[in-house]
Ligand binder design. Structure first.
Ligand code: NAD
Ligand code: IPM
Ligand code: MN
Length: 361
Protein backbone atom coordinates (compact mmCIF):
# COMPACT_ATOMS: atom_id res chain seq x y z
CA UNK A 1 0.00 0.00 0.00
CA UNK A 2 1.30 3.42 -0.94
CA UNK A 3 2.13 5.59 2.05
CA UNK A 4 0.13 8.81 2.09
CA UNK A 5 2.41 11.82 2.35
CA UNK A 6 0.81 15.24 2.78
CA UNK A 7 3.17 17.67 1.07
CA UNK A 8 2.95 21.30 2.20
CA UNK A 9 5.40 23.38 0.14
CA UNK A 10 4.40 26.74 1.65
CA UNK A 11 6.11 30.01 0.76
CA UNK A 12 9.37 31.52 -0.47
CA UNK A 13 11.97 28.82 -1.07
CA UNK A 14 9.50 26.21 0.30
CA UNK A 15 8.24 24.97 -3.09
CA UNK A 16 11.79 24.74 -4.53
CA UNK A 17 13.29 22.71 -1.71
CA UNK A 18 10.23 20.48 -1.40
CA UNK A 19 10.36 19.70 -5.13
CA UNK A 20 13.90 18.35 -4.71
CA UNK A 21 12.96 16.24 -1.67
CA UNK A 22 10.01 14.74 -3.57
CA UNK A 23 12.25 13.92 -6.55
CA UNK A 24 14.68 12.17 -4.20
CA UNK A 25 11.77 10.16 -2.74
CA UNK A 26 10.66 9.26 -6.27
CA UNK A 27 14.14 7.86 -6.88
CA UNK A 28 13.90 5.88 -3.61
CA UNK A 29 10.62 4.37 -4.88
CA UNK A 30 12.38 3.26 -8.07
CA UNK A 31 15.37 1.78 -6.28
CA UNK A 32 13.66 0.11 -3.33
CA UNK A 33 10.16 -0.53 -4.67
CA UNK A 34 8.53 1.53 -1.94
CA UNK A 35 5.50 3.60 -2.84
CA UNK A 36 4.48 7.09 -1.77
CA UNK A 37 1.26 8.85 -2.62
CA UNK A 38 2.12 12.55 -2.56
CA UNK A 39 -0.73 15.04 -2.19
CA UNK A 40 0.04 18.75 -2.11
CA UNK A 41 -1.93 21.15 0.09
CA UNK A 42 -1.70 24.91 0.56
CA UNK A 43 -0.31 26.29 3.82
CA UNK A 44 0.93 29.66 5.10
CA UNK A 45 0.93 32.72 2.87
CA UNK A 46 0.08 30.67 -0.21
CA UNK A 47 -3.01 29.36 1.57
CA UNK A 48 -3.95 32.89 2.71
CA UNK A 49 -3.82 34.04 -0.92
CA UNK A 50 -5.90 31.09 -2.10
CA UNK A 51 -8.42 30.73 0.72
CA UNK A 52 -8.01 33.60 3.19
CA UNK A 53 -6.78 31.21 5.91
CA UNK A 54 -3.17 30.20 6.72
CA UNK A 55 -4.27 26.67 7.65
CA UNK A 56 -7.37 25.69 5.66
CA UNK A 57 -9.48 22.98 7.32
CA UNK A 58 -8.93 20.75 4.28
CA UNK A 59 -5.14 20.98 4.68
CA UNK A 60 -5.34 20.12 8.38
CA UNK A 61 -7.70 17.23 7.70
CA UNK A 62 -5.39 15.81 5.01
CA UNK A 63 -2.45 16.00 7.44
CA UNK A 64 -4.44 14.20 10.13
CA UNK A 65 -5.27 11.45 7.65
CA UNK A 66 -1.78 11.06 6.18
CA UNK A 67 1.03 8.71 7.18
CA UNK A 68 3.36 11.70 7.44
CA UNK A 69 3.57 15.41 6.64
CA UNK A 70 6.47 16.97 4.72
CA UNK A 71 6.59 20.76 4.99
CA UNK A 72 8.78 23.36 3.29
CA UNK A 73 8.51 26.72 5.04
CA UNK A 74 5.98 29.50 5.55
CA UNK A 75 6.02 33.26 5.83
CA UNK A 76 7.20 36.31 3.97
CA UNK A 77 7.05 40.10 3.90
CA UNK A 78 3.79 40.11 1.95
CA UNK A 79 1.93 38.77 5.00
CA UNK A 80 3.95 40.39 7.81
CA UNK A 81 1.33 42.98 8.72
CA UNK A 82 -1.57 40.60 9.27
CA UNK A 83 -2.80 40.03 12.84
CA UNK A 84 -0.91 37.27 14.69
CA UNK A 85 -3.53 34.55 14.30
CA UNK A 86 -3.92 35.26 10.57
CA UNK A 87 -0.22 35.22 9.68
CA UNK A 88 1.36 32.34 7.75
CA UNK A 89 3.30 31.30 10.87
CA UNK A 90 -0.01 30.63 12.66
CA UNK A 91 -0.42 27.64 10.34
CA UNK A 92 2.68 26.02 11.77
CA UNK A 93 1.48 26.49 15.32
CA UNK A 94 -1.94 25.15 14.36
CA UNK A 95 -0.45 22.06 12.73
CA UNK A 96 1.83 21.38 15.69
CA UNK A 97 -1.02 21.75 18.18
CA UNK A 98 -3.69 19.88 16.22
CA UNK A 99 -1.37 16.99 15.35
CA UNK A 100 -0.14 16.83 18.97
CA UNK A 101 3.51 17.30 17.95
CA UNK A 102 5.03 18.18 21.31
CA UNK A 103 8.59 17.15 20.46
CA UNK A 104 10.78 18.68 17.79
CA UNK A 105 14.01 16.79 17.15
CA UNK A 106 16.70 18.88 15.49
CA UNK A 107 19.97 17.04 14.92
CA UNK A 108 23.05 19.19 14.28
CA UNK A 109 25.78 17.02 12.81
CA UNK A 110 29.02 18.34 11.36
CA UNK A 111 29.87 16.41 8.20
CA UNK A 112 33.66 15.82 8.03
CA UNK A 113 33.71 17.34 4.53
CA UNK A 114 32.06 20.51 5.85
CA UNK A 115 34.33 21.33 8.81
CA UNK A 116 35.73 24.22 6.81
CA UNK A 117 32.26 25.56 5.95
CA UNK A 118 31.46 26.71 9.47
CA UNK A 119 32.30 30.22 10.55
CA UNK A 120 33.90 28.64 13.64
CA UNK A 121 37.36 27.06 13.78
CA UNK A 122 37.65 23.50 12.45
CA UNK A 123 38.94 22.12 15.77
CA UNK A 124 35.88 23.54 17.53
CA UNK A 125 33.26 22.05 15.21
CA UNK A 126 34.83 18.86 13.90
CA UNK A 127 33.02 15.82 15.33
CA UNK A 128 30.01 17.74 16.65
CA UNK A 129 26.93 15.50 16.77
CA UNK A 130 24.20 16.91 18.96
CA UNK A 131 20.43 16.73 19.10
CA UNK A 132 18.22 19.60 20.19
CA UNK A 133 14.97 18.27 21.68
CA UNK A 134 12.68 21.26 21.59
CA UNK A 135 9.30 21.36 23.34
CA UNK A 136 6.90 22.37 20.57
CA UNK A 137 3.32 22.80 21.75
CA UNK A 138 3.65 24.85 24.92
CA UNK A 139 5.39 27.85 26.41
CA UNK A 140 5.11 31.43 25.27
CA UNK A 141 4.15 30.42 21.72
CA UNK A 142 0.83 29.09 22.99
CA UNK A 143 0.12 31.40 25.91
CA UNK A 144 -2.23 34.33 25.60
CA UNK A 145 -0.98 37.16 23.37
CA UNK A 146 -2.76 40.46 23.71
CA UNK A 147 -2.64 44.23 23.44
CA UNK A 148 -4.10 46.35 26.19
CA UNK A 149 -3.52 49.67 27.89
CA UNK A 150 -2.15 50.59 31.29
CA UNK A 151 -4.22 52.60 33.76
CA UNK A 152 -2.53 55.73 32.50
CA UNK A 153 -3.55 54.86 28.95
CA UNK A 154 -0.18 53.71 27.65
CA UNK A 155 -0.16 50.92 25.08
CA UNK A 156 0.91 47.55 26.50
CA UNK A 157 1.49 44.06 25.06
CA UNK A 158 1.26 40.79 26.99
CA UNK A 159 2.55 37.30 26.10
CA UNK A 160 1.96 34.57 28.64
CA UNK A 161 4.54 31.83 29.29
CA UNK A 162 3.09 28.75 30.96
CA UNK A 163 3.91 25.06 31.28
CA UNK A 164 2.20 22.26 33.14
CA UNK A 165 4.20 19.55 34.88
CA UNK A 166 2.97 16.89 32.44
CA UNK A 167 3.95 18.99 29.41
CA UNK A 168 7.46 19.24 30.81
CA UNK A 169 7.68 15.65 31.90
CA UNK A 170 6.86 14.08 28.53
CA UNK A 171 9.48 16.09 26.63
CA UNK A 172 12.15 15.60 29.30
CA UNK A 173 11.47 11.86 29.43
CA UNK A 174 11.75 11.62 25.66
CA UNK A 175 15.09 13.44 25.79
CA UNK A 176 16.44 10.92 28.32
CA UNK A 177 15.17 8.01 26.23
CA UNK A 178 16.89 9.43 23.16
CA UNK A 179 20.10 10.04 25.13
CA UNK A 180 20.12 6.36 26.16
CA UNK A 181 20.43 5.48 22.46
CA UNK A 182 23.21 8.03 21.99
CA UNK A 183 26.11 9.14 24.23
CA UNK A 184 24.00 9.23 27.41
CA UNK A 185 24.27 12.89 28.24
CA UNK A 186 21.39 15.35 28.65
CA UNK A 187 21.89 19.09 28.94
CA UNK A 188 18.69 20.70 30.16
CA UNK A 189 18.52 24.38 29.31
CA UNK A 190 16.40 26.91 31.19
CA UNK A 191 16.38 30.28 32.89
CA UNK A 192 15.60 28.97 36.39
CA UNK A 193 17.36 31.91 38.01
CA UNK A 194 14.51 34.14 36.79
CA UNK A 195 11.54 32.26 35.35
CA UNK A 196 9.06 30.16 37.35
CA UNK A 197 8.31 27.74 34.48
CA UNK A 198 12.07 27.07 34.38
CA UNK A 199 12.11 26.30 38.10
CA UNK A 200 9.34 23.74 37.57
CA UNK A 201 11.31 22.44 34.56
CA UNK A 202 14.40 21.87 36.79
CA UNK A 203 12.35 20.01 39.39
CA UNK A 204 10.93 17.72 36.73
CA UNK A 205 14.38 17.04 35.25
CA UNK A 206 15.66 16.07 38.71
CA UNK A 207 12.77 13.61 39.09
CA UNK A 208 12.96 12.06 35.62
CA UNK A 209 16.72 11.75 35.98
CA UNK A 210 16.20 9.17 38.75
CA UNK A 211 14.78 6.75 36.16
CA UNK A 212 17.91 7.08 34.00
CA UNK A 213 20.86 6.60 36.36
CA UNK A 214 23.27 5.99 33.45
CA UNK A 215 22.59 9.39 31.91
CA UNK A 216 24.88 12.27 32.82
CA UNK A 217 22.89 15.44 33.40
CA UNK A 218 23.98 19.02 33.05
CA UNK A 219 21.66 21.97 33.76
CA UNK A 220 22.60 25.19 32.00
CA UNK A 221 21.05 28.61 31.93
CA UNK A 222 20.12 29.53 28.38
CA UNK A 223 22.52 32.47 28.18
CA UNK A 224 25.41 30.24 29.21
CA UNK A 225 24.27 27.53 26.78
CA UNK A 226 24.26 30.02 23.89
CA UNK A 227 27.88 30.79 24.76
CA UNK A 228 28.88 27.14 25.33
CA UNK A 229 27.50 26.19 21.90
CA UNK A 230 30.16 28.26 20.21
CA UNK A 231 32.86 27.81 22.90
CA UNK A 232 32.83 24.02 23.09
CA UNK A 233 29.93 22.39 21.20
CA UNK A 234 31.40 18.90 21.57
CA UNK A 235 30.26 18.87 25.22
CA UNK A 236 26.68 18.39 23.99
CA UNK A 237 24.84 15.17 23.20
CA UNK A 238 21.12 15.83 23.81
CA UNK A 239 19.95 19.36 24.63
CA UNK A 240 16.40 19.52 25.98
CA UNK A 241 14.66 22.82 26.34
CA UNK A 242 11.42 24.75 26.13
CA UNK A 243 9.85 26.02 22.93
CA UNK A 244 11.41 29.45 22.43
CA UNK A 245 14.87 28.62 23.79
CA UNK A 246 14.92 25.59 21.47
CA UNK A 247 13.98 27.74 18.50
CA UNK A 248 16.85 30.13 19.13
CA UNK A 249 19.52 27.62 20.15
CA UNK A 250 18.85 25.36 17.16
CA UNK A 251 19.46 28.19 14.67
CA UNK A 252 22.71 28.85 16.53
CA UNK A 253 23.63 25.15 16.46
CA UNK A 254 22.96 25.13 12.72
CA UNK A 255 25.95 27.34 12.09
CA UNK A 256 28.27 24.73 13.61
CA UNK A 257 27.40 22.58 10.59
CA UNK A 258 28.17 25.27 8.03
CA UNK A 259 24.66 26.43 7.18
CA UNK A 260 21.11 26.54 8.41
CA UNK A 261 20.37 24.87 5.07
CA UNK A 262 21.73 21.62 6.56
CA UNK A 263 19.39 21.20 9.54
CA UNK A 264 16.48 18.80 9.25
CA UNK A 265 13.81 18.18 11.85
CA UNK A 266 11.14 15.76 12.95
CA UNK A 267 8.13 16.81 14.98
CA UNK A 268 6.57 13.89 16.78
CA UNK A 269 4.04 13.52 19.54
CA UNK A 270 1.01 12.03 21.09
CA UNK A 271 -0.59 10.28 18.12
CA UNK A 272 0.60 8.59 14.96
CA UNK A 273 1.02 11.87 13.17
CA UNK A 274 4.41 13.42 12.55
CA UNK A 275 5.72 16.30 10.51
CA UNK A 276 9.11 16.72 8.88
CA UNK A 277 10.60 20.04 7.89
CA UNK A 278 13.89 21.90 7.63
CA UNK A 279 14.49 24.19 10.61
CA UNK A 280 15.04 27.23 8.41
CA UNK A 281 12.37 29.55 7.11
CA UNK A 282 11.12 30.67 3.71
CA UNK A 283 14.28 32.76 3.09
CA UNK A 284 12.57 35.62 1.20
CA UNK A 285 15.98 37.11 0.40
CA UNK A 286 16.82 34.19 -1.90
CA UNK A 287 13.33 33.05 -2.93
CA UNK A 288 12.75 32.50 -6.64
CA UNK A 289 16.48 32.36 -7.41
CA UNK A 290 16.97 28.58 -7.43
CA UNK A 291 19.93 28.90 -5.05
CA UNK A 292 18.55 27.61 -1.72
CA UNK A 293 20.18 24.55 -0.22
CA UNK A 294 17.67 21.65 -0.43
CA UNK A 295 19.71 19.32 1.81
CA UNK A 296 17.86 20.14 5.06
CA UNK A 297 14.60 19.19 3.37
CA UNK A 298 16.06 16.07 1.75
CA UNK A 299 17.40 14.99 5.16
CA UNK A 300 13.97 15.74 6.67
CA UNK A 301 12.50 13.33 4.12
CA UNK A 302 15.05 10.75 5.29
CA UNK A 303 13.92 11.31 8.89
CA UNK A 304 10.34 10.78 7.71
CA UNK A 305 11.24 7.39 6.20
CA UNK A 306 13.12 6.41 9.36
CA UNK A 307 10.63 7.51 12.03
CA UNK A 308 7.18 7.43 10.42
CA UNK A 309 7.47 4.77 7.72
CA UNK A 310 10.07 2.48 9.32
CA UNK A 311 12.00 2.43 6.01
CA UNK A 312 15.44 2.31 7.54
CA UNK A 313 17.62 1.25 4.63
CA UNK A 314 15.91 3.80 2.41
CA UNK A 315 16.62 6.54 4.99
CA UNK A 316 20.21 5.35 5.33
CA UNK A 317 20.59 5.50 1.54
CA UNK A 318 19.45 9.11 1.32
CA UNK A 319 21.78 10.13 4.14
CA UNK A 320 24.69 8.26 2.55
CA UNK A 321 24.00 9.93 -0.81
CA UNK A 322 24.06 13.38 0.83
CA UNK A 323 27.33 12.51 2.57
CA UNK A 324 29.00 11.46 -0.69
CA UNK A 325 27.77 14.48 -2.62
CA UNK A 326 29.34 16.70 0.03
CA UNK A 327 32.51 14.61 0.03
CA UNK A 328 32.81 15.28 -3.69
CA UNK A 329 32.97 18.97 -2.88
CA UNK A 330 29.58 19.83 -4.37
CA UNK A 331 28.14 22.89 -2.62
CA UNK A 332 25.22 25.27 -2.81
CA UNK A 333 26.14 28.91 -2.24
CA UNK A 334 25.48 28.86 1.51
CA UNK A 335 28.20 26.22 1.98
CA UNK A 336 30.74 27.35 -0.62
CA UNK A 337 33.98 29.11 0.13
CA UNK A 338 34.64 32.39 -1.69
CA UNK A 339 35.33 31.81 -5.37
CA UNK A 340 34.18 28.18 -5.29
CA UNK A 341 31.77 27.03 -8.01
CA UNK A 342 28.27 26.49 -6.67
CA UNK A 343 25.31 24.31 -7.51
CA UNK A 344 21.76 25.59 -7.82
CA UNK A 345 18.90 24.08 -5.80
CA UNK A 346 17.88 21.82 -8.67
CA UNK A 347 21.48 20.83 -9.41
CA UNK A 348 22.03 19.83 -5.78
CA UNK A 349 18.83 17.75 -5.84
CA UNK A 350 20.00 16.12 -9.09
CA UNK A 351 23.42 15.42 -7.58
CA UNK A 352 21.84 13.54 -4.65
CA UNK A 353 19.67 11.56 -7.07
CA UNK A 354 22.66 10.74 -9.29
CA UNK A 355 24.53 9.56 -6.22
CA UNK A 356 21.62 7.30 -5.22
CA UNK A 357 21.57 5.90 -8.76
CA UNK A 358 25.27 5.14 -8.76
CA UNK A 359 25.14 3.61 -5.27
CA UNK A 360 22.47 1.15 -6.35
CA UNK A 361 23.38 0.65 -10.02
P1 NAD B 1 15.17 32.12 7.33
O1 NAD B 1 15.58 30.83 7.95
O2 NAD B 1 14.10 32.06 6.31
O3 NAD B 1 16.45 32.82 6.68
C1 NAD B 1 17.57 33.24 7.45
C2 NAD B 1 18.80 33.34 6.54
O4 NAD B 1 19.21 32.02 6.19
C3 NAD B 1 18.52 34.08 5.23
O5 NAD B 1 19.66 34.80 4.85
C4 NAD B 1 18.29 32.94 4.24
O6 NAD B 1 18.61 33.24 2.91
C5 NAD B 1 19.21 31.84 4.80
N1 NAD B 1 18.69 30.51 4.49
C6 NAD B 1 17.61 29.91 5.07
N2 NAD B 1 17.40 28.71 4.52
C7 NAD B 1 18.35 28.54 3.57
C8 NAD B 1 18.63 27.49 2.65
N3 NAD B 1 17.91 26.37 2.58
N4 NAD B 1 19.68 27.66 1.81
C9 NAD B 1 20.42 28.77 1.86
N5 NAD B 1 20.21 29.78 2.70
C10 NAD B 1 19.16 29.68 3.55
O7 NAD B 1 14.75 33.08 8.54
P2 NAD B 1 14.12 34.57 8.52
O8 NAD B 1 14.72 35.35 7.42
O9 NAD B 1 14.23 35.03 9.88
O10 NAD B 1 12.59 34.33 8.21
C11 NAD B 1 12.00 34.44 6.94
C12 NAD B 1 10.54 34.01 6.99
O11 NAD B 1 10.48 32.61 7.28
C13 NAD B 1 9.73 34.69 8.08
O12 NAD B 1 8.45 34.95 7.57
C14 NAD B 1 9.68 33.68 9.19
O13 NAD B 1 8.57 33.82 10.02
C15 NAD B 1 9.62 32.40 8.40
N6 NAD B 1 10.12 31.20 9.09
C16 NAD B 1 9.43 30.06 8.83
C17 NAD B 1 9.88 28.86 9.35
C18 NAD B 1 9.14 27.61 9.02
O14 NAD B 1 8.30 27.62 8.16
N7 NAD B 1 9.43 26.51 9.67
C19 NAD B 1 11.07 28.83 10.11
C20 NAD B 1 11.74 30.04 10.33
C21 NAD B 1 11.27 31.22 9.80
C1 IPM C 1 10.78 27.33 13.35
C2 IPM C 1 10.24 28.70 13.08
C3 IPM C 1 8.88 28.85 13.71
C4 IPM C 1 9.06 28.73 15.21
C5 IPM C 1 8.09 30.12 13.39
C6 IPM C 1 8.06 30.43 11.94
C7 IPM C 1 6.71 30.02 13.95
O1 IPM C 1 11.13 29.68 13.49
O2 IPM C 1 10.14 26.34 12.98
O3 IPM C 1 11.88 27.23 13.91
O4 IPM C 1 9.46 29.71 15.87
O5 IPM C 1 8.80 27.66 15.74
MN1 MN D 1 13.05 28.92 14.10
Amino acid sequence: MAKKIAVLPGDGIGPDIIAEAVKVLNKVEQIFGTSYQFQEYPVGGTAIDQTGEPLPASTLQACLESDAVLLGAVGGPKWDNLPGNKRPEAALLGLRKELGLYANLRPAVVYPSLVGASTLKEEVVSGVDLLVVRELTGGIYFGEHKRTTTESGEEKAIDVLEYTRSEIERIVRLAFELAMKRRKKVTSVDKANIIETSRLWREVVAEVQKDFPEVEVDQQYVDNCAMQLVRNPKQFDVIVTENMFGDILSDEAAMLTGSIGMLASASIGTGNNAMYEPIHGSAPDIAGKNIANPIATILSAAMMLRFSLNQIKEADAIEAAVTSVLEKGLRTGDLASPGQATLSTTEMGAAVIAELESMFA
